[in-house]
Design a protein around this ligand. Structure first.
Ligand code: PMP
Length: 434
């Protein structure tokens, strides 16, 4: 059994705090225990004290092939030996990657690259405003689309802020809050009423096709197709934010699985197996409004857009998905994990719902399948966090935070999964008897 040592991490974390507020560079990385990571390979990550973990956090999703993947790294190094970044024109890597995305992703007639998911959603929303000439956006309570003002309201709201104006951050523009309308996921009637109430002023609906930022709430039959119909009826654009689901749930994104083609799509994370690149894609008639095309009137720019590192990594990641049974393998492991955990919960008499899709799963400790964010207050958050913390002590890394999901990569072996399941049973037994 692994004993978690944290002395070296703690010392480094204190040093980090001298130079960086909170010692970390993204808000929700500051969860106890404060670990300092020093190495990553395949399904495993290692901290400064030499603890080894089987990683299911996957840095919030990018690692679909596994950390430090030799094929992807090889292609990145090869690219860097001949090229990097230019202030004009385009590169062979950008063209090759754009072709691949347009080939695989149903909504992608054209695509543009940027560096993060937040940038991608920002661009998609601004484009929708330009196309429709309307100011407002509908987003769903609990969905996360990045850090900028247009989407930061009503993300992981405190339960008493659901249904209220939850800014999500200090310093937000009041106008941005006014122009972002919040609906309930899986509730088409709510969306329809909002569109009717705001007739003529909604530019777009943005949605995570599966809201993975709150675990795994699956869309009800007809929900995504219903959103598309409502958008068509009310003259708004439909944006699928596939920053998590894109390439993870299918090489063509969840839109391919669902058979619903949005007007615009944002992608990132699993697209490049951990390297920094993101994309916004959509119908040619909309994409051509961006001023990367002469005459376009929607500003699109970024010094690092199309850098060789990100483009080469994305090409290599997609190539591997084209050549090897990546999705088939991780989906099989995902199905196995979900059914085994259900068996464990049954055996131990613990109330829980194992929800997920493909390689992603979440175990909510509640007695019914949640349909939207507010219902997640029935999840036993204390138990959820304690469960993940205890698993970490056994060498299984899942961020010990409420509602976080787990990801399986192409590097996880059956032995990793078997050990994980054994530890899940052990930990649940311990928690039940404590
Ligand atoms: N959209 C979704 C669905 C996300 O999960 C995230 C990041 N978790 C983002 C957008 C923002 O991406 P980034 O962190 O790369 O800015």
């Amino acid at each position: 059994m692994i004993q978690l040592k944290t002395e070296a991490s703690q010392a480094l974390y204190e040093e980090a705090n001298l130079y960086t507020p909170g010692g970390v560079h993204t808000s929700i990385r500051n969860v106890e225990p404060h670990l300092v990571f020093t190495r990553a390979e395949g399904a495993y990550i290692y901290d400064a004290d030499g603890n080894k973990y089987i990683d299911y956090q996957a840095a919030f999703g990018p690692y679909i092939l596994g950390h430090n993947h030799p094929y992807v790294n090889g292609k990145v190094i090869e690219a860097l030996q001949r090229t990097d970044l230019f202030g004009n024109g385009t590169t062979d890597l950008e063209i090759e990657l754009a072709k691949k995305i347009c080939k695989h992703v149903p909504s992608a007639e054209q695509v543009l690259f940027c560096n993060s998911g937040s940038e991608a959603t920002y661009h998609a929303i601004r484009l929708a405003r330009a196309v429709t000439g309307r100011p407002k956006l509908i987003k769903f309570q609990g969905c996360y689309h990045g850090w900028h003002d247009y989407v930061a309201r009503n993300m992981l709201s405190a339960w008493d802020m659901v249904g209220k104006r939850d800014p999500g951050s200090a310093g937000m523009l009041e106008e941005a809050l006014d122009n972002t309308l919040i609906c309930t996921y899986n509730d088409l009637a709510d969306v329809e009423q909002t569109l009717q109430r705001e007739e003529g002023s909604v530019a777009a609906i943005i949605v995570e096709p599966i809201p993975h930022n709150i675990g795994c709430i699956l869309p009800r039959e007809g929900f995504l197709a219903g959103l598309k119909k409502l958008c068509e009826a009310h003259g708004a654009l439909l944006i699928f934010d596939e920053v998590i689901t894109g390439f993870r749930h299918d090489i063509g994104g969840f839109q391919k699985v669902a058979g619903v083609t949005p007007d615009l799509t944002t992608m990132g994370k699993a697209m490049a197996n951990g390297f920094p690149i993101a994309a916004v894609a959509g119908k040619r008639k909309y994409m051509e409004r961006f001023n990367t095309k002469p005459g376009g009137d929607v500003w699109f720019a970024g010094t690092y857009n199309g850098h060789a590192v990100g483009t080469a990594a994305a090409i290599a990641t997609i190539e591997l998905m084209e050549q090897e049974p990546v999705h088939e393998t991780i989906f099989r492991l995902g199905d196995h994990v979900r059914s085994e955990i259900r068996g464990i919960l049954d055996r131990l008499g613990i109330q829980g719902v194992v929800s997920g899709f493909g390689s992603v799963w979440t175990t909510y400790f509640m007695d019914f399948e949640p349909k939207h964010y507010a219902e997640l207050q029935h999840n036993d958050a204390e138990f959820y966090v304690a469960y993940r913390k205890k698993l970490m002590e056994k060498g299984i890394f899942k961020l010990p935070m409420n509602l976080k999901r787990n990801h399986i990569s192409y590097s996880h072996t059956q032995a990793d999964i078997d050990y994980t399941l054994e530890m899940i049973e052990t930990v649940l037994k311990e928690l039940k008897s404590s």
